[in-house]
Design a protein around this ligand. Structure first.
Ligand code: GDD
Ligand code: MG
Length: 350
């Protein structure tokens, strides 16, 4: 049975001022009633699976536990990282703990902060990937790209696999520059890496040990004296601090010879910016998404979110306005990625 591993350790600075260090994107309720994390866990309902393992930063443990409790979601443990060392170590900790329990589960690695509109299509692709993962392949789920986005991994599709389950991976390139991404799009045989994976715990660890032995040994040593209280699993801070900081994409996926890709056409978005959030939502006749107490006069193609106060806009095109208790963002849609520069400035002032 599948063991979902939900990675919830990101800082999500691109949705500032709503997302904060204490309350990053995965814990926000951006649509409907549930947070991104809750939605990620609920989405598993269409699959045969064990309760998910969550891996997150120590400082977010109560947000995770509370959000699971509120939705009556079971878990198989909440692994707490004393410091963030990115996704390659995070996944390694989950894999090593599973194997230590005498199991070698198929791990469905999920980001806690993605939108997926078509849940049956998501479940279908995961089920299709199961026999591939059972054959010790590292399965990635590929999304057909629509623009030369540089924040994603790109997967060059190779030969078709038996039974049309997916494709070999000729090349995996994490976050290429714009010119390279444009070339990839023009060739038509690249997918975006969705950031979701399915593999046996042992298959992942074998590759990690081969390509990033330092990450492997640091994670192994960090688990030498774990402590458990409630659902929380704590690891050795001093040792984990010595672990190299690297994502699974650079550490393993760019290097492995055992990657395959299963296409996933499920209305996926990683909601990497306010504009991405505007894009995926239903708009009014003027192309606007208004959220909260908003009056828009002669305003087009804009995203306006009011949290605490009434927000009124007049004569604006292509803007993002996000009002929160202690900060207001006003930006051009096309430049909204630069909120990360605001966050950096704020950090340097602290
Ligand atoms: N536990 C834990 N610890 N989780 C982490 C950590 C960490 O140190 N760092 C990031 N995460 C979580 C984030 O919360 C998110 O859910 C997921 O891991 C992916 O991390 P991101 O930082 O959002 O990665 P990315 O968006 O830059 O790139 C990845 O996702 C893209 C698709 O959204 C890559 O896999 C790309 O190849 C992919 O295209
Ligand atoms: Mg992301």
């Amino acid at each position: 049975m599948i063991l979902p591993i939900i990675m919830a350790g990101g800082s999500g600075s691109r949705l500032w001022p709503l997302s904060r260090q204490q309350f990053p994107k995965q814990f926000l309720t951006l649509f409907g009633e549930n947070s991104m994390l809750q939605t990620t866990a609920n989405r598993l309902a269409g699959l045969q699976h064990k309760p998910p393992v969550v891996i997150c930063n120590e400082e977010h443990r109560f947000s995770v536990a509370e959000q699971f409790r509120l939705n009556n979601i079971d878990n198989s443990g909440i692994i707490l990282e004393p410091v963030g060392r990115n996704t390659a170590p995070a996944i390694a900790l989950a894999a090593m703990l599973a194997i230590r329990n005498g199991e070698d589960p198929l791990m469905l690695v999920l980001a806690a902060d993605h939108v997926i509109k078509d849940e049956p299509a998501f479940c279908h692709a995961v089920n299709q990937a199961i026999p591939l993962a059972q054959q010790n392949q590292l399965v990635t789920f590929g999304i057909v790209p629509t623009q030369p986005e540089t924040g994603y991994g790109y997967i060059q599709r190779g030969a078709s696999l038996a039974d049309n389950l997916g494709f070999e991976v000729n090349q995996f390139v994490e976050k290429p520059d714009l010119a390279t991404a444009e070339n990839y799009l023009a060739t038509g045989n690249y997918y975006w890496n969705s950031g979701m994976f399915l593999f046996k715990a042992s298959a992942y660890l074998k590759e990690l040990k081969q390509y990033r032995p330092l990450i492997y040994t640091a994670c192994e040593a960090s688990l030498a004296d774990t402590t458990h209280d409630l659902d929380f699993i704590r690891i050795n801070q001093t040792v984990f601090e010595t672990c190299p900081d690297e994502s699974i994409d650079y550490a393993v996926m760019e290097n492995t010879q055992h990657a395959v890709v299963v296409p996933m056409d499920c209305g996926w978005s990683d909601v990497g910016s306010w504009s991405a959030l505007w894009e995926i939502q239903d708009k009014d006749a003027d192309g606007n998404v208004f959220n909260g107490d908003v009056i828009g006069i002669n305003t087009q193609n804009s995203y306006v979110k009011a949290s605490e106060k009434l927000v009124a806009t007049i004569g604006l095109d292509d803007v993002v306005v996000v009002e929160t208790k202690d900060a207001i963002l006003v930006a051009k849609q096309s430049e909204v990625q630069q909120v990360k520069n605001v966050v950096e400035q704020l950090k340097s002032q602290q």
